[in-house]
Design a protein. Structure first.
Length: 453
């Protein structure tokens, strides 16, 4: 990222004022273009990426001017970010309230709350509480220890799949468990633990016939684009119209096994990127070839949930969601006291398990150990050993029938989801001020962003 940000000044200096929507776009090239033109195109791609990354940093509140007093106002940073996005041709972006999330949210949450005043009538729940269900202290100590050993202490799962991969992959386990499938640690905590826990909130889970399981291990700055959980095989290989090939889980859920934190100024700051769940499902308009006459959606509500060890987030499987770009933590000038080796060091990574509870889903057979696919069916081999091979590792052995899966201290956290009034914001730039932006406000914005890192 630092290399990319250093190119931001060049991107702004070379921006063509007369064609703002093409300044950082890759131009079409004829086959007979010279090597110089190809090199120029590559530079334009890098500069476009630099502008995009710079806009994200500005929307996250990084002015990069610690010695300047007063520091630039949030509104000015947003205006600068919109200028960069305007140059790239964007008209809409995530709201700054989403991107500039509070790194100290956990510290605030630990502060004692005042006793609530008695109310004459119960107040209706805010809309975002319907978007997300959150439980803390979910799994018992023995189960949490087993998961930590399998996915944090051990590399077997990640090395087996050569993670990170360029191809999405997941595993599917039937419910009730078919005879040709081996139960293991992951399928047990999903079907014997989470499924009954979430059933009171989502009664349609009585129709669940299988669970899809996948995992991610990312750094704090990692994110995942806005997307829907879908039946990937049906979408790609199914027949009929596109709208008839869209199918989602009954419920999707995220389990936070480990979080990213930083040694920061004598204390630890939880900096793991939050999950954003939006009040948006795939509509009929999404399948129109011509969407020019489609009505714009009203302001989209959202629920933002921060990662916390042994926390589960669940939501309607058809809702739009993402992992918000991680907010970069700047190293402190004072000595830290965490477990890292130095100031601003990563202490851990963001490790998550995802569970999609399905009524109907297309599954994939395991062809070999190198071919990855969605909803792969684990099975027993000729000698009774599980396929794929990582399931043979003792770290993923099935739990004892006497093991308590759900923690006695498990509690629903009704206030864990942060309400987002509006997920989207328009990119607003006054074209008449463009020259003024370049001369006064934006000429050193790349340097300021670089210093903020």
């Amino acid at each position: 990222m630092r290399t990319v940000i250093r190119l931001c000044n060049n991107a702004l200096e070379d921006a063509d004022d007369s064609a703002p929507d093409q300044s950082c776009h890759v131009q079409d090239q004829d086959q007979d273009q010279s090597d110089d033109d190809e090199e120029l195109s590559e530079k334009q791609q890098i500069r476009a990426l630099a502008l995009y990354q710079l806009a994200v940093l500005l929307l996250q509140g990084y002015s990069g001017t610690p010695s300047v007093s007063p520091s630039p106002s949030p509104s000015l940073l947003i205006k600068e970010a919109d200028f960069c996005l305007f140059k790239l041709g964007f008209c809409t972006r995530l709201h700054s309230n989403v991107l500039n999330y509070d790194l100290n949210h956990f510290n605030r949450a630990r502060a004692p709350l005042p006793l609530p005043l008695p109310l004459p009538l119960p107040l209706p729940l805010p809309p975002h509480t319907k978007l997300a269900v959150v439980y803390d202290n979910v799994f018992s100590p023995s189960v949490l220890s087993a998961l930590t050993n399998a996915l944090i202490s051990s590399e077997i799962f990640w090395s087996y799949h050569n993670y990170p991969t360029s191809t999405f992959f997941s595993y599917n386990f039937g419910h009730p468990n078919p005879q040709n499938q081996n139960q293991n640690l992951l399928s047990q905590i999903a079907l014997d633990g989470l499924l009954p826990l979430l059933l009171p909130h989502y009664p349609s889970l009585v129709d669940c016939t299988s669970v899809e399981i996948w995992a991610h291990r990312r750094d704090g700055e990692g994110h995942h684009q806005l997307h829907y959980d879908l039946d990937e095989r049906l979408l790609v290989e199914g027949k009929g119209e596109l709208k008839d090939r869209v199918r989602s889980p009954i419920v999707s859920s995220v389990f936070y096994l480990d979080v990213v934190d930083y040694n920061h100024g004598g204390g630890v700051v939880i900096a793991g990127a939050p999950t954003l769940v939006c009040d948006k499902k795939i509509s009929v308009d999404c399948f129109k070839e011509d969407q020019s006459d489609s009505e714009e959606d009203p302001d989209m509500l959202g629920a933002m949930v921060y990662p916390k060890i042994n926390r589960v987030l669940a939501f309607d499987g058809s809702l739009l969601h993402c992992v918000v770009p991680g907010n970069v933590v700047k190293p402190s000038d004072s000595e830290g006291e965490g477990e890292g080796e130095g100031k601003g060091e990563h202490l851990r990574r963001r490790v998550t398990l995802m569970f999609g509870f399905w009524k109907d889903v297309s599954t994939s057979d395991i062809v070999d150990e190198t071919t990855l696919a969605p909803n792969m069916i684990g099975k027993k081999g000729k000698k009774g050993k599980p396929i794929p091979g990582w399931m043979n590792d003792k770290a993923f052995s099935s739990l004892s029938p006497t093991t308590t899966i759900i923690n006695e201290a498990c509690v629903e956290s009704k206030d864990a989801a942060e309400h987002i009034e509006s997920v989207w914001a328009n990119v607003e730039v006054d074209e008449a001020e463009e020259d003024q932006w370049l001369v006064n406000d934006c000429e050193d914005v790349g340097e300021r962003a670089k210093r903020s890192l």
